[in-house]
Write a protein that binds this ligand. Structure first.
Ligand SMILES: C[S@@+](CC[C@H](N)C(=O)[O-])C[C@H]1O[C@@H](n2cnc3c(N)ncnc32)[C@H](O)[C@@H]1O
Length: 270
């Protein structure tokens, strides 16, 4: 399954930037939560699921003295970000899976924006994040949870009830349980419903497709949607979810997390 996630996002790496408004919003909000640059100094930051570098660019500006390792499972994404940052010797880009990425030098801060919901099961990602963190290190992330694209899923249940997606995004509680089972302590958590506006239902579906969001168990059923299913879905979406200012809306449920790895003497570290 991750191989197909990697392929889908590699293919999406060029078209992705056109529809990246939502991810820019989420990355900017996550940046507001991050520690003061003085606290990181020339320390080490690991970014998981860097994509085309929306968060990476903000990290480089905010923490100029730090070393940033940006990881993504999709080679196309990593090539893209490497190309635009070739002169930056404090940025290292790696093709790797967030669930298995290994390092000999642990990090002061692990961050991730709009990516970890793809790293399933989320428990493996959390266990690996603890391994990558120094004791006392922080893990701060924003990820999509259950109820994301709730309008689209509700319409699919009505219009094509025999083609319901096999998987689902985890509820926030499940992510928090995985975090705590891995040995991380949650400092704070916030949920935000981000309502994104698109020119039309057709534009909405094309945009999320270009972002690689229409593949995988969360969106795909055993049998694919036919052309006429899609036409009916688009028509119904335009009618059911109009935006006041024109176009249609779609909701994304984002969970923001601030957590840290306890010191061994605290007795709770794995
Ligand atoms: C929606 S993009 C977000 C990228 C970027 N963080 C942003 O905010 O624009 C999700 C990224 O997560 C990556 N990804 C998905 N599963 C992953 C995994 N298991 N390990 C590492 N990266 C993964 C995808 O390849 C994709 O580039």
């Amino acid at each position: 399954m991750s191989e197909s996630v990697a392929r889908r996002f590699s293919r999406a790496s060029e078209s992705y930037e056109r529809g990246a408004g939502l991810h820019r919003h989420v990355a900017a909000r996550l940046m507001e939560m991050l520690p003061d640059p003085m606290m990181i100094g020339a320390g080490r930051i690991l970014e998981l699921g860097c994509g085309t570098g929306v968060l990476t660019t903000l990290l480089r500006k905010r923490f100029p003295a730090a070393f940033v390792c940006a990881v993504d499972i999709a080679e196309g994404m990593v090539r893209n970000i490497q190309g635009t940052n070739a002169a930056d010797d404090r940025l290292h880009c790696v093709v790797a899976d967030a669930r298995t990425f290994a390092t000999l030098q642990p990090f002061d801060l692990v961050v991730s924006s709009s990516a970890l919901h793809w790293a399933t099961p989320i428990e493996s990602a959390m266990v690996n994040i603890v391994r990558a963190l120094k004791p006392g290190g922080r893990f701060m992330a924003a990820l999509m949870v259950k109820d994301t694209l709730r309008e689209l899923h509700a319409l699919r249940r009505t219009i094509v009830p025999d083609k319901i997606p096999r998987g689902r995004l985890p509820p926030a509680g499940e992510v928090l349980d995985a975090l705590s089972a891995a040995g991380l302590t949650t400092e704070s958590r916030t949920e935000e419903t981000v309502r994104a506006r698109y020119r039309s239902a057709d534009d909405f579906l094309r945009t999320i497709h270009a972002q690689g969001l229409t593949g995988g168990a969360v969106s795909q059923a055993e049998r694919p949607l036919s052309r006429s299913d899609l036409v009916n879905l688009v028509k119904a979406y335009d009618l059911a979810y109009p935006e006041l200012k024109g176009g249609v809306y779609a909701s994304f449920e984002v969970l923001y997390l601030d957590s840290w790895r306890p010191f061994p003497e605290d007795g709770v570290s794995p």
